[in-house]
Design a protein around this ligand. Structure first.
Ligand code: SF4
Ligand code: SF4
Length: 369
């Protein structure tokens, strides 16, 4: 990735020029927008669309937006959506089947996408996109639906200077500062932004903005704010020892305990930015002349997921929670050479009963009581 010669300063009063420059270069611009008590990726037409005046409070099983006197645009860290729905959509029609005069025809549906700039991407989201790239693009078969959307993305990351109680990206080496994978990087202060390009496309946009040089003192100051955010994180995972310790915990009684709390609701897998399980559904018309063949998100917490040839090999919630956690944090490393967790904390926040995977791992790594 190519970087600009040095980070620059963009005044808050000039931030709208970034939106203008992105539109001038043909991008649809989306960013975090308040929606139904949380934030979602939606079109940004003006800076007022960003969630200024709000911040998020997240705890296990708890998400609330709270008023915030700060003038910052990006004090809400994240909502349930990662970048996943922008590249791997929750329901995608792949084929339309038609029958005419007893002959079947199949029409392949191409994904509709356009160049899209996403403003407000977090370091953990960039890290999860790298994992999903590996899964969808780097194998023997590149998924064309994912690929088309992925190639159209222009990513504007915002380095985190405020950690949530559920964040543990520092222990996963995925944040709170974005290392690569972005086109533009922002670090927000009250009056201005430190801005840096991470790609040729980012440099082009940066060249359109009325920036000034950032002093070495200012760069050090921003590095310190990000470092404070990292050191303030209270949760962590010992990811380097995990493959062995989780495999060894296969028969640990803790799995029975967590299974009494887990509802097998699938929330954790829906919000997880790296989970990629999917199924296909056929929806025939009532006159049996047409059918839609669609790919839909699936979850290892459903009973159908473990059903094969007349037998369910994961019939209990204990089986499913153990499968999810062991795959995510252990066998994912054997399969893909990396952890399946980036430490975003979404599965902790959006679990309706507040199950915290960092707490479960800590218990599973202890000898049974
Ligand atoms: S397992 Fe949980 S913390 Fe890890 S990436 Fe998925 S949602 Fe985020
Ligand atoms: S761990 Fe929580 S979010 Fe995941 S399936 Fe169980 S109850 Fe639902």
């Amino acid at each position: 990735m190519e970087h600009s010669p040095a980070p620059k300063i963009l005044l808050r009063t000039d931030f709208h020029r970034l939106l203008q420059a992105l539109r001038k270069f043909g991008y649809r611009v989306i960013g975090p927008v308040l929606s139904q008590g949380s934030i979602q990726w939606k079109d940004i037409h003006a800076v007022e669309d960003l969630p200024v005046g709000w911040k998020d409070h997240q705890e296990p099983g708890h998400y609330r937006l709270e008023p915030d006197p700060s003038p910052r645009y990006f004090n809400v860290v994240h909502g349930p959506e990662s970048l996943k729905p922008l590249t791997f959509v929750s329901r995608e029609t792949l084929l339309i089947l038609d029958r005419k005069n007893h002959i079947f025809s199949a029409k392949e549906i191409q994904p509709a996408s356009q160049p899209t700039a996403v403003i407000g991407v977090r370091a953990c989201d960039l890290a999860s996109l790298t994992i999903q790239d590996h899964i969808f693009l780097k194998g023997s078969y590149a998924d064309p639906y994912y690929q088309q959307r992925r190639e159209q993305l222009f990513l504007v990351t915002v380095n985190c200077t405020r950690a949530l109680p559920t964040c543990f990206c520092a222990s996963m080496n995925t944040g709170p500062k974005a290392q690569d994978g972005y086109d533009l990087s922002l670090t927000e202060a009250d009056e201005d932004f430190l801005i840096e390009a991470g790609s040729r496309a980012g440099l082009k946009i940066l060249g359109q903005l009325p920036c000034t040089a950032a002093s070495p003192e200012r760069m050090t100051q921003e590095e310190e704010r990000v470092a404070t955010c990292a050191s303030g994180q209270t949760r962590s995972l010992p990811h380097t020892t995990l493959p062995d310790s989780l495999y060894e915990a296969h028969d640990h009684p803790r799995w029975d305990q967590v299974a009494t709390r887990c509802l097998s609701c699938t929330n954790c897998t829906m919000v997880c930015p790296t989970c990629f399980c999917h199924s296909v559904e056929e929806t025939p018309s009532l006159d049996a002349q047409h059918a839609e063949h669609a790919r839909v998100w699936d979850s290892c917490f459903t009973s159908d997921h473990g059903y094969i040839h007349g037998k369910n090999f994961r019939p209990t919630t204990k089986d499913r929670y153990r499968m999810w956690l062991t795959h995510k944090l252990a066998s994912w490393m054997d399969q893909f050479g990396m952890s399946g967790c980036v430490g975003c904390g979404r599965c902790i926040t959006w679990c309706p009963v507040g199950i915290d995977l960092t707490e479960e791992v800590r218990a599973l790594c202890q000898p049974p009581q």
